[in-house]
Design a binder for this molecule. Structure first.
Ligand code: PLP
Length: 620
């Protein structure tokens, strides 16, 4: 576990047992026995649920939600803040029904609400049973239908706040409100001028797409006053961007938000809520520093900093403390999901067996073999240089027709044989020579899209045999036919490495790899590249005694489903195949028996998985 930095990011929830298995611990049973992940995979496999699997652990979600709410409550008490915290979950971070259902259920005791950034998300929110004190915050572009639903939803008992993002939007709100003869609850999104560091710095500062500038804000307030809408303005919204690495930025932005809040209040807006958006980061590497994949603060610190800043600023302005709202999604859901895939095989760049040399072989093969004699000791680097030189010369001879395929093949084998010995005395700059390729049964584009799109680092590691020293370094390829479909950046302790330490594969023993912290944004950002569909999604409850139970199960997309997503009717496809083979039967080109085999194979595939359906690995 140490190799993979588990002690940095595992947070007591992810540990390694004496058998070398990665285990999941339920925080509700602190002294309980954790459940080994390989056992979970084996048990699922017995039930017919095979990798790749997205595992959700219900207790992990509950824990993060409780951490956030408790930290705000404690910060309010510690600083004698007069207001309360009312968090909302931004649905866009994970829209899956099971996740939203659990968040609403577990969030009830905290009056936890929802944030909708689009009409579909609003429809999801309206179908939930939110507590009467929870908020429903509406952000994003809103047309008349959106606004009508938001205003009417107050009759369902929702505290729906329409956050005005532009002056045009206010025109629509006025119109719809007049049509319905009902008053809305309004918020306004202000554009902070403070910029933050980190990956999402573009969504902060005065060039950000969203929010009203000082000038627009003044124009809005004037228009609201003139149209008698100012008394509807109860919430001020600002958003720093996701995954803010540096706590100083949180403080600075909160301070600026307080300035706007004070000014708007003094202009007569009856504000009662300050919404600071998202930004609470996840420490993916566990390094606890302000960089792209880590943050230099804890959730407690984040909450305390916000509450303390608000209290000082608003006391100074002599303004009553508002209800604090944040829209932290990433922090709440990231840890709760783990993506597990099996390794199908490997392409190794070394070989154990010494190939034969024949007297008639080209002398280059003998030269290459002779390198073996000076691999050890001071001539190691020379041996590596020579081996590469002779191999490249052999390839050149092959291209010119002076070496046949058999000779080239034995030459390549000699090189791989030498590689195995050279590798033992590997140096940092030569490391790339010896990196193997492990082939994972997954699609990066479907299941870990941010790894591809924004170089997101997730903790990734083998889930078994961690009591054995790793014998290889590998990058992980997925099974799409895209050369971008690979993982070649890994968290190793305090460092980031270009290869993952792994073990030699053993025939007929599954080798599972897990990617952690994948609960935020990944599921719906994932796409159908090469038509690999959704993996199985399984929500589990741990029992504190080394076991688990399945709470919910969503079967992976079948090929038929995936085909229908790209406008094929699977029945039409089957029909076309049927007709084609029938013509061949009638023409006497194939036997009737072949038609039976073909149709049954096609049907089986349609109903089957888009992924490789063979769990045991093979080493090539
Ligand atoms: N609120 C708004 C308006 C957002 O745009 C986002 C995402 O960027 C969030 C909340 C979620 O933020 P986070 O990823 O920090 O949870």
């Amino acid at each position: 576990g140490e190799t993979y930095g588990l002690h940095n990011w595992g947070d007591d929830l992810v540990t390694v047992d004496a058998t070398g298995a990665v285990c999941l611990g339920d925080p509700t049973f602190p002294d309980g026995q954790p459940t080994p992940l390989p056992k979970i995979m084996a048990d699922l496999s017995d039930r017919g649920i095979v990798a790749p699997v997205l595992l959700r652990v219900d207790a992990f979600l509950d824990r993060a939600l409780a951490q956030l709410n408790t930290a705000f409550a404690e910060a309010c008490t510690a600083t004698r803040y007069q207001g309360v915290y009312r968090g909302v979950f931004p649905i866009k971070v994970n829209q899956q029904a099971e996740v939203i259902k659990q968040l609403v259920r577990s969030g009830r005791r905290f009056n936890y609400g929802l944030e909708a950034g689009s009409k579909p998300e609003l429809l999801i929110a309206l179908a939930q049973d939110l507590p009467s004190d929870a908020l429903l915050i509406c952000n994003g572009f809103k047309d008349e239908d959106f606004i009508r639903l938001a205003i009417l939803s107050r009759h369902l008992g929702h505290n729906t706040v329409i956050v005005i993002e532009s002056l045009d939007e206010f025109d629509i709100i006025q119109r719809v409100s007049a049509d319905l003869n009902r008053r809305p609850l309004l918020g306004v999104r202000v554009k902070l001028t403070e910029r933050v560091t980190g990956k999402w710095q573009e969504s902060s500062g005065d060039r950000s797409t969203f929010g009203l500038s000082a000038f627009e804000l003044m124009a809005l307030i004037t228009r609201m006053k003139n149209s008698d809408f100012l008394d509807c303005l109860v919430l001020q919204h600002s958003h720093l961007g996701s995954q803010v690495p540096d706590i100083i930025d949180v403080r600075r932005a909160t301070t600026e938000a307080c300035r706007f809040y004070t000014e708007l209040t003094n202009l007569g807006a009856p504000l009662t809520h300050i919404d600071l958006g998202g930004g609470l980061g996840v420490d993916y590497t566990g390094a606890r520093r302000a960089d792209d994949n880590s943050v230099n603060y804890s959730v407690d610190e984040y909450c305390y900093n916000i509450v303390e800043t608000l209290r000082y600023a608003l006391d100074e302005a002599e303004i009553p403390h508002p209800t604090i709202v944040t829209e932290s999604g990433r922090f709440v859901v990231a840890q709760s999901s783990i993506f597990v895939f099996n390794v199908l095989g490997a392409t190794l760049y070394d070989a154990g067996e010494k190939p034969d040399l024949y007297p008639e072989d080209h002398h280059l093969l003998a030269d290459l073999m002779a390198v073996e004699h000076y691999i050890d000791g001071a001539r190691h680097q020379e041996a590596l240089n020579d081996a590469v030189y002779y191999r490249d010369e052999m390839r050149a001879l092959f291209r010119r027709g002076q070496l046949n395929l058999d000779q080239l093949s034995r030459g390549e084998q000699i090189f791989l044989y030498l590689s195995a010995r050279l590798k033992l005395r590997d140096t940092e700059e030569n490391a790339a020579f010896f990196i193997d390729h492990y082939h994972g049964n997954f699609s990066l584009f479907q299941s870990l899209p941010d790894v591809w799109a924004i170089d997101q680092l997730h903790p990734i590691l083998p889930l078994q045999r961690l009591n054995e020293a790793p014998t290889r370094h590998a990058i992980i390829n997925d099974i799409t036919c895209d050369s971008d479909g690979k993982i070649d950046r890994f968290i190793l302790g305090e460092d980031i490495a270009s290869a993952l330490p792994v073990h030699d594969l053993v025939d007929d023993q599954p080798y599972y790899v897990g990617a952690f912290f994948v609960g935020a944004y990944q599921e719906t950002l994932g796409d159908l590249h090469n038509l690999f569909g959704d993996a199985n999604v399984i929500t589990i409850s741990l029992d504190g005694a080394g076991g688990f139970s399945i709470v919910n199960e969503t079967e992976a997309d079948s090929i038929a489903e995936v085909l229908s997503y790209v406008e094929y009717d699977p029945r039409d496809c089957l029909d076309a195949v049927r007709q084609k083979i029938e013509r061949a039967v009638v023409a006497g080109l194939v036997e009737a028996e072949t038609r039976r085999l073909m149709i049954s194979a096609y049907k089986k595939a349609l109903n089957g998985s888009t992924y490789f359906e063979q769990p045991a690995p093979r080493q090539a």
